[in-house]
Write a protein that binds this ligand. Sequence first.
Ligand code: DOR
Length: 428
Amino acid sequence: MLLIKGGRVVDPANNLDGVADVLVKRGKIEAVGPNLKSGEATVCDATGKIVAPGLIDMHAHLRQPGREDEETIRTGTRAALRGGFTTVCAMPNTEPCADTASVIQLVTALAAAEGAVSVLPIGAITKGREGKEIVEMGELVAAGAVAFSDDGTSVGAAEVMRRALEYSRMFDVPIIAHCEDGSLALGGTMHEGCSSTRMGLRGMPAAAEDVMVARDICLAELTGARLHVAHLSSAGSVELVRQAKRRGVRVTCEVTPHHLILSDCDLLFYDTNLKVNPPLRSARDRDALRDGLLDGTIDAIATDHAPHARHEKEVEFVDAPFGMIGLETALPLLVEHLVTTDVLSPTQLIEKLTTGPAAALGISAGTLSVGAVADITVIDPAVSVTIDVNAFESCSRNTPFDGVRVSAAVTDVIVDGAWLLKDGEIEG
Ligand code: DOR
């Protein structure tokens, strides 16, 4: 038994925000309430801290199989644990890509053997993520796939996307769309705007995202399938999702911490760690994303943790791959930039990292309800920490936040009832 004592329990699923204890027994939440008796339980003192349901990251690249030099399921899930995530979805753009049941089974087996947190595999929509032939969705779902995505690229042909959405309805799993019109974005390395002109780089217009979000919403409307739009980055796509939700379309969406915090102005020093896809957009887009979170248009915050080898990022800006890592920095950065500045309340932030992604995925995690699996994250919201890439669990180092001071940290994490992160250190 484990008793988490005296923390501020923030559990959006149960509308709970107040000082309470949380008792864990046999891997489940046994009780939540004031002054619970510790008896024989081990005690985790959470005084002055926030006790939240284990965070869920519905969008991470764990790179295994194929790019174990960049990340593995072991290192990626240890990074997740450090970052407070007890569930991570693994994106399918591995080598080979997760377009068959056997790759999904491999990811699941590796996660069971070496994973520090739960891993939910996402299957590709099309074979080889080539946008042509739809995968055997039924076999992938049977093997454990919880959603389908060709993330990294859009399904170019609307007809293929339509069939994929129709097929997904049989299993009631979401199709996660990377929305980017390849012809509009072609050759672009950053957002098209004043900054790209000043920097002399070819831009990707926000419209490249907007037109694809509009198309996929139309197709979700046509098919009645569940569409989840990955990493929203533009004001236009926030508005498109907002209107679609009003019409009752089954659409959900996510935003990354970096799109909420940064803008294209931050790129002026050509730091390749800031090269991401979709690109960091204008301050106006960033503000629209924040508004979308607040009014419920955006359901979830997801890291898009995208590890890349040092030698691949240490090149000219145009040649570098897209992506930054995020599992170990997401929570502290979000508290620093959105909670301490009163953009979001702690409850709103936790909601976007627990109940929001759980509902988008249709899984029963992200709550401290009695009887639920004991996945719990304890956060110190008032501690000064300097982000240090050399202390990361991730195999990769591609973050622009090295050396940045933040005033929050994940201190303790309980996964499936086991206290795996203690006072910032991983057990074992
Ligand atoms: O920045 C990104 N990196 N965006 C994507 O869509 C893919 C990802 C990756 O796999 O590196």
